[in-house]
Design a protein around this ligand. Structure first.
Ligand code: ZN
Length: 190
């Protein structure tokens, strides 16, 4: 009688179960796949319930999966764009239209490059958050369609293209500053 104690019996069953699953992995996987095929709706409910109760794990799994399949994903995306050229161009156009500030940020970087200014990688979203979308020149709120990035110390005066020297500004305020014109609001502030 090796397992008289019910606790020990339970452990023994558990161990045997694990060993069985390990040695019959392929067979069990096949069985489980077959079951899923035959019970699609039940399978979907189980998956959904698992995802709901294991949100942390699912998030971590997705993150790890994306990290280890980055190259594959890039290749797939490139291929997709090649095969769906019109659709891809339309998506890009639409995104650019929705994010005019992205083009203006690229222009600010280009101006800095042309002036041989010091350029560091800039996180524009961090600047938006830091400045709370309040124009650094007129101190009024900026709508996304009017958003630009102003070099606080201008590039012409040796300013750098770094986060600490960038602030959000209205398109009109920014170009007025660049032209040496000051908007009326700014005269009040000064
Ligand atoms: Zn402004």
């Amino acid at each position: 009688m090796p397992y008289k104690d019910p606790e020990k019996q339970k452990v023994g069953r558990k161990v045997r179960g694990t060993l069985y699953r390990q040695s019959h992995r392929q067979e069990l996987n096949e069985k489980s796949k077959q079951w899923s095929k035959e019970h699609k709706e039940k399978r979907a409910i189980i998956t959904k319930r698992y995802r709901l109760t294991h949100q942390e794990e699912v998030r971590a799994y997705k993150k790890a999966y994306n990290a280890s399949h980055r190259q594959e994903h890039t290749e797939y995306a490139r291929q997709w764009r090649k095969e769906h050229r019109d659709r891809s161009l339309a998506i890009t156009r639409n995104w650019r239209h929705k994010h005019p500030e992205a083009r203006r940020a690229a222009q600010a970087r280009r101006r800095a490059r042309l002036r041989n200014a010091i350029i560091e990688p800039v996180n524009y979203i961090a600047i938006d958050l830091r400045d709370a979308m309040i124009c650094g020149l007129c101190h009024k709120r900026i709508a996304r369609k009017d958003l630009t990035y102003d070099h606080i110390v201008p590039l012409v005066c040796g300013g750098s293209h770094v986060e600490s020297n960038l602030q959000v500004a209205h398109l009109s305020c920014n170009s007025a500053k660049r032209d040496g014109r000051l908007p009326s609001q700014m005269r009040l502030v000064l």
